[in-house]
Design a binder for this molecule. Structure first.
Ligand SMILES: CC(C)(COP(=O)(O)OP(=O)(O)OC[C@H]1O[C@@H](n2cnc3c(N)ncnc32)[C@H](O)[C@@H]1OP(=O)(O)O)[C@@H](O)C(=O)NCCC(=O)NCCS
Length: 195
């Protein structure tokens, strides 16, 4: 089996890659990073998208964009079920990290699905827990459940949000916060890039 990994050359390859990840990740029609978003990304810089193809068929893809001057945000990653656990997801992430270096980014950031947390740990990403409660000025309620260092906090846009340096994936803490506060939680993963 020969799988090639490449950035897209044409808009139709971006459409193929988007439809591939949309199907596997079951992205809703109103997903904020939609096809139009990634077509714009492609015309600015094709290196933000990496596709794995076996003959002419897409079997994996990673879609990213610029979060800020120093950060590349991986929005979506998916590998076809029939070619999982043979290193393709790692290769796609390696390639997007290489793009990030070329684009002078200092880190790669992403929000993980529960089922992919172990994968990101294996490839060297560091997890931090994002917690979001609806309503302003509820930071103290969140903090009362947390003893780890709070890295970032924000309130005022109708939500109270924190990012916690959990020093690893702490599912018990995540469950407690979800159940006791009825909060939305997700592990964010990042990797600092060495140029
Ligand atoms: C997550 C995903 C991209 C991983 O792709 P993959 O090609 O199977 O990953 P790799 O083969 O490169 O795996 C690298 C390592 O992570 C491990 N791993 C991969 N997926 C894993 C999982 N779901 N749970 C635990 N470990 C996993 C592999 O066993 C391998 O470990 P090893 O180095 O000890 O052998 C793929 O499972 C997928 O597309 N899942 C559905 C969509 C998804 O969850 N996308 C991520 C959204 S955040």
């Amino acid at each position: 089996m020969s799988i090639s990994i490449k950035t897209p050359n044409t808009e139709s390859e971006v459409i193929e890659a988007y439809n591939f990840v949309k199907d596997i990740l079951k992205l809703p029609e109103d997903h904020p990073r939609n096809l139009h978003f990634y077509i714009n990304v492609f015309y600015k810089e094709p290196k933000y998208i990496v596709i794995a193809k076996e003959k002419d068929e897409v079997v994996g893809a990673v879609l990213s964009s610029e979060q800020d001057e120093n950060t590349l945000l991986v929005g979506e990653l998916a590998v076809d079920q029939k070619v999982r656990k043979i290193g393709l997801g790692s290769k796609l992430m390696n390639e997007i990290e290489q793009s990030a270096r070329i684009l002078k980014k200092k880190q790669v950031l992403l929000g993980a699905l529960n089922t992919a947390e172990k994968f990101y740990m294996k490839i060297g990403y560091v997890p931090k827990l994002f917690v979001q409660l609806s309503g302003n000025n509820r930071l103290d309620e969140i903090k009362s459940h947390i003893s780890d260092k709070i890295e970032w906090e924000n309130t005022g846009d109708g939500f109270s949000k924190v990012i916690v340096d959990t020093k690893g994936v702490n599912k018990k803490l995540q469950r407690n916060i979800q159940e006791e506060l009825n909060a939305h939680t997700q592990y964010l993963f990042s990797k600092n890039l060495i140029q």
